[in-house]
Write a protein that binds this ligand. Structure first.
Ligand SMILES: Cc1cc2nc3c(=O)[nH]c(=O)nc-3n(C[C@H](O)[C@H](O)[C@H](O)COP(=O)(O)OP(=O)(O)OC[C@H]3O[C@@H](n4cnc5c(N)ncnc54)[C@H](O)[C@@H]3O)c2cc1C
Length: 418
């Protein structure tokens, strides 16, 4: 849909990755007139993501708050996926067969045993398996696997299908998609009033949600201290064309000192991942990374070398200094953040969308059940510094440039607030 020179949105989402599109969908369901600005929706980290919804098997000692967020979002995924499929007609390949984390040498096994102990202490549902039991569960595993831990509650989806489904659902709800890059924010006094596109057009908005993934810290118009401290963390993956049933669940392991995983898709494809590189905005796929991915995957599941290569891609995870996302209102009126989801944006999209949509609506009821983590404090955009100086980031625009407000346009069926 073309945007006239001046347009107005009640809610303007900057960035159409899994996070921005999910926020836009939930806001549209609440009846807001939503616009999403992105030159190429779904082409960021979401395009590269393996799609694991694996808060349990990804647990590390220092990341218990992340675990709580992940568990809270994991329980939302079945309804999110079903509702999305219902609205879009597109299934997202939501699989709930768990993750098997395996170990080879005695050191690996001891390290995995320690993490399993932590999981048990936190009452997470996990099962310790011997090497033989691991191979019974996953017959394609290497004979040298000594033991493993099964996290039966972990799940996964196909993020590219999630993008397609969200775009279809947004279209169904009349959300305006603007295929343009946002250059910066329009700031009036201390409030964000909209955005300026790269081609100079202005879109004003009552509320702007910044969800531009790894690029969230690069937009103009904000005082430097108000820019989210998000950095790109490069990840490369390889996709192989296998047969359905080659693997029954996600398989992970520590090989040559680094974590490797294989994620099976419903159509038989296997995703091998992933590197973690601090390379700035570099998205080149390198021979060395592909070699390492294959080498490590072959240690886990030797049969992968027989499979056809379906594709390789690099994406940029939006990393933050404490590995936790930035979700909620900023000190600047009119600006909310939904960014910094690093390794877990697919997992955390349903929770983020519920929390941000509730915040947009001023809905203070808990976003979910009573077990919900305190997202507002764990993910507060204000936790990395003091409030920004008001009025220092003025991005010139005039009231005359404001477009007419289309007013609220209730969608076909607004669900209850979560
Ligand atoms: C290799 C790899 C594997 C991963 N595996 C998993 C996994 O198994 N499970 C999991 O939960 N997470 C995984 N992740 C992390 C996950 O992909 C991210 O956390 C998630 O995709 C972040 O979503 P996002 O919408 O914030 O960002 P993105 O998907 O990067 O989307 C950002 C969007 O913003 C747009 N944009 C950028 N700048 C502008 C601008 N100026 N104006 C307008 N639009 C703009 C971009 O075009 C893009 O579409 C993985 C990531 C990688 C790289």
């Amino acid at each position: 849909m073309d945007v006239p020179p001046a347009a107005h949105a009640e809610v303007l989402v900057v960035g159409g990755g899994v996070v921005g599109l999910s926020v836009a969908w939930r806001a549209a369901q609440r009846g807001y007139a939503v616009t999403v600005a992105d030159p190429s929706p779904g082409s960021g980290a979401t395009h590269a993501a393996a799609g694991m919804l694996a808060p349990v098997s990804e647990l590390t000692y220092t990341e218990e708050p992340l675990l709580r967020l992940g568990l809270s979002s994991l329980v939302r995924w079945p309804a999110f996926a079903a509702e999305l499929a219902g609205e879009s007609g597109i299934g997202v390949d939501h699989r709930t067969d768990g993750t098997l984390d395996v170990a080879f040498g005695p050191d690996d096994l001891a390290a995995l045993g320690e993490v399993a102990g932590l999981m048990e202490k936190l009452s997470l549902p996990v099962e310790r398996l011997t090497g033989r039991e691991c191979r019974r569960v996953e017959p394609m595993l290497a004979p040298s696997v000594r033991g493993g831990v099964l996290a039966p509650g972990d799940a996964w989806v196909d993020p590219r299908r999630v993008t397609s489904a969200l775009l279809a659902a947004l279209s169904h709800r009349g959300v305006t998609m603007v295929a343009a890059r946002v250059r910066g924010f329009a700031v009036e006094g201390d409030a964000v009033r909209g955005v300026r596109l790269a081609d100079g057009r202005l879109i004003t908005a009552d509320q702007v949600v910044l969800a531009a993934g790894a690029w969230s810290g690069t937009l103009e118009g904000l005082p430097p201290e108000a820019l989210p401290p998000v950095r790109p963390v490069k990840g490369q993956i390889m996709r192989l064309r296998g047969a359905p049933g080659f693997l029954g669940r996600c398989v992970r392991g520590t090989v040559h000192g680094s974590g490797a995983y294989l994620v099976p898709r419903g159509d038989g494809e296997i995703v091998l991942g992933a590197t973690q590189e601090e390379m700035g905005f570099d998205t080149r796929v390198t021979a060395g990374a592909l070699w390492e991915l294959l080498r490590d995957a072959r240690e886990l599941v030797p049969g992968v070398t027989e499979l056809e290569v379906a594709g390789v891609v690099a994406g940029l995870r939006p990393g933050t200094p404490d590995n936790l996302p930035l979700i909620g209102r900023t000190a600047l009126p009119g600006l909310l953040l939904a960014t910094g989801h690093h390794r877990g944006g697919v997992l955390l999209a349903p929770l983020t969308a519920d929390v941000v949509a509730a915040e947009i609506a001023g809905d203070r009821s808990p976003a979910g059940g009573t077990d919900d983590p305190p997202v507002a404090s764990i993910c507060s955009p204000l936790r990395f510094g003091g409030p920004p100086r008001p009025g220092t980031g003025h991005f010139p625009w005039t009231k005359e440039e404001r477009g007419p407000s289309p007013g609220r346009t209730p969608g076909p069926a607004a669900p209850e607030a979560r």
